[in-house]
Design a protein around this ligand. Structure first.
Ligand code: FA5
Length: 341
């Protein structure tokens, strides 16, 4: 028992004398580890006469537990000291000095997308997701572009080995959404599109569109005009007039090109609208009966409109970006200027 007490006192002293965190490992090995002094004493218990076993065993156990909790306390002290040392080192740090670290900003496409989504949500539309890799059926056949139809040439794309395609337009999600919800339906679905294009200042191989569809009894071109005007008036933050010209898309009948009165010169004529007062913005039309039928909706009971707005071009107009390829570049300077507007 005397030996026990001596070991305990020596261990306490050693612990108090530890100076750095690493000293605690040595302490552990010396006393509590597999061949440590306390562990060795515990091994002796089995050889003691029965009447001593109990008291000796209990005392060694108590010593072991006490040393363990003393060691944990010491560990905490070291951890606390480490933090205090760090704080002391940064004593002269002035947290009120403005940071020189540049702030990030949202990408112009994200800004426009969020705005348009908010507007349509407030008008009762839901926001749906579309795939980037699509079946050929959804991208073409389901929107009334059969195999070998000349309209396929308008949207050449990238074909995968398994026969799927990188979607050429957000219209590729129309069929899936109609089948999922049926009529009535009010949905928008933004997404990234891909085309095998000749690239220039306004044509990219990867760009963004947002599609919208409204299907119900008695939906007409008047509804289409109303929702487009509302959305564009909010985006440009001024009253925008629209006009429709005939346009051909196999998935709408009648099909239109929707022009907007130039928001920069209010229709008087400027560089942006090439002095015409109008800007071609968004193809749209009344959903073709074949497309409704393929989507599981009876065209004799419901009609609908659809539009496919080019986000990349809208972002360019809004932020006065003259080169579309900047949008997919890592040119932080150009992109963040749009972000701060
Ligand atoms: C379509 O993609 C039709 N799916 C739109 C539609 C939907 C019509 C519903 C009717 C009903 P289009 O190929 O014109 O149509 O493309 C629509 C818009 O996407 C264009 O007005 C343009 O803003 C944008 N766009 C098309 N190709 C590119 C490209 N290579 N780079 C950047 N933007 C593009």
């Amino acid at each position: 028992m005397k030996e026990l007490e001596e070991i305990f006192l020596k261990a306490k002293k050693d612990l108090e004398e530890t100076k750095i965190f690493q000293d605690l490992s040595t302490f552990y090995v010396n006393y509590l580890g597999k061949t440590g002094k306390v562990t060795e004493l515990m091994k002796k218990v089995k050889d003691l006469p029965n009447e001593e076993k109990r008291t000796f065993g209990q005392t060694v156990n108590k010593i072991k537990q006490d040393l363990q909790s003393l060691m944990e306390e010491r560990e905490k002290e070291f951890a606390k000291q480490k933090i205090l040392n760090k704080i002391n080192k940064t004593k002269d740090l002035d947290l009120t000095v403005p940071s020189s670290c540049p702030h990030g900003s949202l990408h112009p496409i994200s800004i426009i997308q969020n705005e348009v989504i908010d507007i349509f949500l407030s008008m009762g539309f839901t926001v749906e997701d579309g795939n980037e890799i699509e079946t050929e059926y959804n991208n073409f056949e389901a929107v009334n572009v059969p195999k070998n139809h000349p309209a396929r040439d308008m949207q050449d794309t990238f074909y995968l080995d398994n026969g799927q395609v990188l979607k050429t337009h957000t219209s590729a999600a129309q069929n899936r959404i109609m089948r999922k919800y049926g009529a009535p339906l009010k949905a928008i679905f933004p997404g990234r599109c891909f085309r095998n294009e000749e690239l220039d200042a306004s044509h990219e191989n990867t760009f963004f569109q947002i599609e919208g569809m409204m299907i119900d009894k008695d939906v007409s071109v008047a509804n289409l005009i109303y929702f487009m005007k509302e959305m564009l008036t909010h985006v440009f933050k001024k009253e925008i007039n629209v006009r429709l010209r005939p346009g051909f898309f196999p998935f709408v009948e009648p099909g239109f090109e929707l022009d907007i009165s130039c928001p920069y010169c209010d229709g008087k004529g400027c560089r942006v609208c090439k002095h015409g007062g109008w800007i071609e913005l968004c193809p749209c039309g009344m959903i073709h009966p074949n497309v409704l039928r393929m989507g599981g909706i009876d065209p004799d009971k419901c009609q609908g409109f659809a539009f496919g707005l080019g986000f990349s071009r809208l972002a360019m107009m809004t932020y006065d970006i003259t080169e579309i390829r900047l949008l997919n570049s890592g040119n932080i300077k150009a992109l963040s200027q749009a972000g701060i507007k």
